[in-house]
Design a protein around this ligand. Structure first.
Ligand code: OGA
Ligand code: MN
Length: 281
């Protein structure tokens, strides 16, 4: 590289409404200079894929810090390290249970005032079958609604809860389990997120338990209907993992889910997160 010359940001679209592939080298990414441009593209495209970039854990942490503030995972005691995403209880005793909910469309951190800005997930061991990660663009899904729908949804508020997600994967849980999950609390959020940028996105996902002040059947019609709408093929992208791939998603403008895979297969992903910068409102 010639001294003083800017690194060219090299990327291409994956689908019209979601996803871009970044083609810069590991060295160019770690230099940090592209950080602001990557952040801007992330907001526009929802998901960025870095094919077979093969970061070590240290490199993934360093790269995360070129994009914003590193958000430690609480369960790891606040240290700057990667978090293992796997159903293997030997590798991840605390959260393997919790991860069962990640097979359903969700936004991370809906129990918090300020959700994380983004997650970076890298593939160490892909699943033997299934195990793609699906993403959908909730800005694009909002923008494609009719004016009438936008006006209706703008007024609605939704109760989010983790305990309600248990029923997605365990139809008859014990009371003790439900009470344990209820201790996490609930969070009332708007259905439409008015971002500082002036853009709007939908706040949905498996934690979206019920719309306030409407009958349960109407609430289900709204939440199921909008999930079906937001996850249509035109707004979504399913990433098939190869070893070494890194994917970043904008957690404030997308939903995501792990697609079904063999729970015994030792699929292993390493995750880092960026601290949220904007409350739900
Ligand atoms: C997550 C998540 C999906 C996956 O890390 O927050 O939902 O495919 N992961 O592992
Ligand atoms: Mn998640």
């Amino acid at each position: 590289m010639i001294v003083g010359e800017m690194t060219r940001f090299a990327h291409e679209e994956i689908k019209p409404s979601i996803g871009s592939r970044i083609l810069n080298t590991k060295e160019e990414l770690l230099a940090g200079e592209l950080g602001p441009q990557i952040r801007e593209l992330l907001e526009q495209r929802g998901v960025l894929v870095f094919p077979k970039i093969s970061f070590t854990d240290e490199e993934q942490i360093a790269f995360t810090k070129t994009l914003g503030e590193f958000a430690p995972e609480m369960r790891d005691g606040g240290e700057e390290k990667i978090h293992k995403i796997t159903l293997d209880v030997k590798e991840n005793p605390q959260s393997a249970e919790y991860l069962k909910g990640s097979l359903y469309w969700h936004i991370d951190g809906t129990m918090n005032e300020v959700p994380i800005l983004a997650s970076l997930l890298s593939c160490k061991v892909p699943a033997t079958w299934g195990g793609n990660t699906g993403f959908c663009n909730t800005y694009a899904a909002y923008e494609a609604l009719t004016d009438e729908q936008k006006a209706e949804y703008e007024k609605l508020r939704v109760i989010h809860s983790v305990w309600a997600t248990v029923f997605y994967y365990e139809p008859e849980p014990s009371l003790a389990k439900i009470k344990g999950m209820q201790a996490i609390g609930e969070n009332e959020l708007p259905l439409v997120w008015n971002h500082k940028s002036g853009r709007k996105s939908l706040i949905l996902g498996c934690t979206a338990h019920r719309v306030t002040n409407v009958e349960p059947a109407k609430s289900a019609e709204i939440l199921v209907g909008l999930r079906e709408w937001a996850t249509r093929d035109e707004f979504s992208y399913s990433h098939e993992w190869s070893v070494g791939d890194l994917v970043i998603w904008d957690n404030t403008g997308t939903m995501h889910r792990a697609e079904k895979y063999d729970p015994e297969c030792n699929r292993m992903m390493h995750r880092t997160k960026l601290q949220g910068e904007e409350p739900f409102e």
